[in-house]
Every structure is written in C-alpha cells, then in structure tokens.
Design a protein around this ligand. Sequence first.
Ligand code: ADP
Ligand code: MG
Length: 481
Amino acid sequence: MSVNDYEVVIGLEVHVQLATRSKIFSWSSAAFGGDPNSHTDPVCLGLPGTLPVLNRAAVDSAVRLGLAAGCTIRTRCRFARKHFFYADLPKGFQISQFDEPICDGGAIKFRLHGELRSVALTRIHLEEDTGKNIHAAAGVSFVDYNRAGVPLCEIVSEPDIRSAEEAAEYVRAVRALVRYLGIGDGNMEEGSLRCDANVSLRIRGAAAYGTKAEIKNMNSFKNVRDAIEHEIKRQATILDRGERVAQETRLWDPARGVTQSMRSKESAHDYRYFPEPDLPPLVVTEAELAAFRGSLPELPEDRFARYTGSVGLSPQDAGVLVADHEIASYFDAVVSAGAPPKRAANWLINEVLARAADPRRLGDADLPVPPPALAELVKLVEDGTLSGKLAKDVFARMWTERRTAGEIVKAEGLAQVSDSSALEAICQRIVAAHPEEVARVHNNPKLIGFFVGAVMKETGGKGNPKAINDILRRLLGPASS
Ligand code: ADP
Ligand code: MG
C-alpha cells in the first residue's frame, strides 16, 4: 500500500505561556529569561508549608481565549494534581485541571488554501509550567526554576486535523489568536508556544482510529510540518509490513529529520489525578463573562470577512493582513488616513512587511514609516504626482532617512509632470521633429513607444506615462491607437 491509502488523523495539544507579570500561584516574575533561578519563590520551588494563591490575571487570559474560540466557559471549576517525577518539577506534582477544565468545546478557525477550516476543541485548561533541565557536558545537569509556575493554557484539539500542513496552519491560527488577545507572545522559538502532535493512520473509510504516537519538541512551524510528515511515513511503513504502531511519545530531532522513541505513553491513571486540596474552586461570574465578551477585539476571522467583503481585498491579501494583529491594525490605520485599500494593502505587503522583518515591529512607535506616512505616499501615487517606479524609490528613502514622502518629493523635485500644457508642448516638439516616424506609425502602431520614450527623456523620466500616451495618441491620429 502507499501513504495515500491511509487517512491521516492528527490531534494537537498546544501549550501557551500567558504573559502575566507574576506566576500562576505565586509572586515571582513570569518573564522569559533572567539569570537561572532568579525568578523563584518558596511556592514555585515547592518548599514545605507553602500554599498556592491563584493569579486572577491568568484566569482572565484563559477566559478571553475561551470566549474567542467559542468555548463554553465553566462558571465553577477546579484544579487537580497531576503526579509525575522529574527534577524540573519540585513538588512531585503539577497543578493542572483534569475533570473540570475552565473551557469546554469551541473551535479554532483558519484558512487552508483559501478554504475555511474549523478544528473542534476538546477543552482549554489552566496549569503551571515546569522548570527546565539543562544538560551540560560530561554528565552534569542543572535545573533552572525560572519557568516553574509560569501560567499555561493547554488547548486540546479533537483529532480533526488531516495533514501536516493543516496542523502547522492550525498552530499559526492559535498563535494569531493569542497575539490578537494580547495574552501571550506565542513565540515558538522561545518556547512560549509549544505543540505536541498526536498522529495516527487508518485505512481510508475505516471507522475506528488507529493507534497514535505523540510527538514532542517541535519549536517552529517548519518543525511541526516536517515532524508530522516524517511520522506519517514512518507509521505507513510499519502498517505496510502488517505490524502495529506502538503507543508512545516520540521526540523530533530536527538535525537528523527523524522522530525517536522517548518513552511509552502514560495513561491518565498513571498520573493519579486528584482535586487540588490547597485551592478553592475557581468561580467566574456571569457578569465577568459578559464584560469579557463585550471587550473582545475584532478577531482574525471577522477581520478576514470585513477585508474580503466591504473593504474589497482579495482573499490572498486579506490572509496576509490578518495573520498578525499588528499588520491588520497598521493596514486599518493607513486606510483611515485616506489611502485606497487595495493600493494600501499592496504597499504594506510588498514594501513595509518586506523591510520590517518581524511583523510585530509594525506596532512600534518608532517605525520609520508609520501608517499616516504610508498613506501620504499612496495618495501621491493615486493622484498621479508620483509614478509607481518613482514612488518605490521615495519609499526606500522614507524608510532609511525617516522623511515623509512630501518632503522628499519637494526637496528633490520628484513630482511626476502631469501638467498637460507642459507635456503637450514637449509632445508637439517631438512629433514635429520626427516626420518619418510619424508617417510609419500609421502602419506600425507599436512605434508609439518610440514617441513616448522620447518625451519621457525630455521630462527627465518624470512625465506621467498615461498623460503622455493620451496626448500622443491625439496628435498622431486614430491609426496609432
Ligand atoms: P491521551 O489519553 O493519550 O492523552 P487523549 O484522548 O487525551 O489521549 O487525546 C490527546 C490528544 O490526542 C487530543 O488532541 C486528541 O485529539 C488526540 N488523539 C486522540 N486519539 C487520537 C488518534 N487516534 N489519532 C490522532 N490523535 C488522537
Ligand atoms: Mg490526555
């Protein structure tokens, strides 16, 4: 059999670090980095006699995320202890949620090759992060507890995903949502967004799911795709041989491009989950929910619908703009400063984004070309003051010299000559000077290019090509058009 005879089934568990100031159950900083063990306190270190106190900001973030994903929010839920032993987990258990997560159901919506996809969520729950083991050379290991107790939202999907590419797009959509809501930075490389992929295959048309393997350690979108692609091929080969896929956790090794067995998979009962006795039930009131619902920002899908609808952009452009809320906000600001949307989108995508490197820079106050400055440039193109080519040069200078388009055009005399009497005079001169070509243009309409070129040269490249064309066609008569 070939890979195509199998249907791919994928469910993702995405961990999002919440950008709260302090940790989920204690007061030390939840910020990324810092000297090892500088962001610690007796609670997150699991010292005896300490008690957790829930950080309400983490709850607010989880609720907002749940509402944005269309989940049902539990007005009353609880935390549970999940037991396992590892040096980065000083208490010997992780405070998580088990049978009563804060959010149930919902879906993540995104586009795959232009088609709307909706992947159902099982749940979103709150938990604390673990510390980090650092394996140095020569059998020496260190533990850094700065990350221990940083709040996490775990977003668990249903096994609704059908390809590696779709999995990567799903993770992108989760990241976009997290950033739109401002609850985290969703940085995969720094580990503030982590994804475990559960992958199985079944013969097409089969009713039951096959046995899954869980893949960890994918710290980029490319890794997510590559790891799942590889895992699909690995499982297909095993099934082709008539063997069984082992239920296990596998680690992606990006350097070698393979997944490797890490451990056989624990079952829920191995974790000895039980309700956390040191925390009271978590209550979210209807009034709080209503307030959060009312204050949600415009979300990626809604923005996409607006851009492709009333704003009139293509789905491709709209997709690029909504991918990050900084890009979309920048675009909205350019349009509200008076630039026509289609042109604004082109300039933003082809020039601004290409130079900004990281889309999050678009929100910076010191961006070389802020939205009103781009709007000014786009309007100069729209009204014919600048040709597209001149405008590109002006944009490049705006970016490096931090001057406005108006200043550059004025200082350099760059404005396109559209003044028709000036152009008319030049055109007449050129036509009069080339009687032979005038005679030939009637049989060879392409010769108009010769005249346009000659007029352009006279204007030093600043003539408005459309105006020149119009005048020449009038002077040379109907046969030339
Ligand atoms: P476990 O008990 O192993 O943690 P869960 O049922 O809790 O498994 O599911 C964990 C994740 O695995 C979920 O995202 C779910 O969608 C996904 N999943 C479950 N079964 C399969 C399967 N057969 N193939 C692929 N993914 C699966
Ligand atoms: Mg599970």
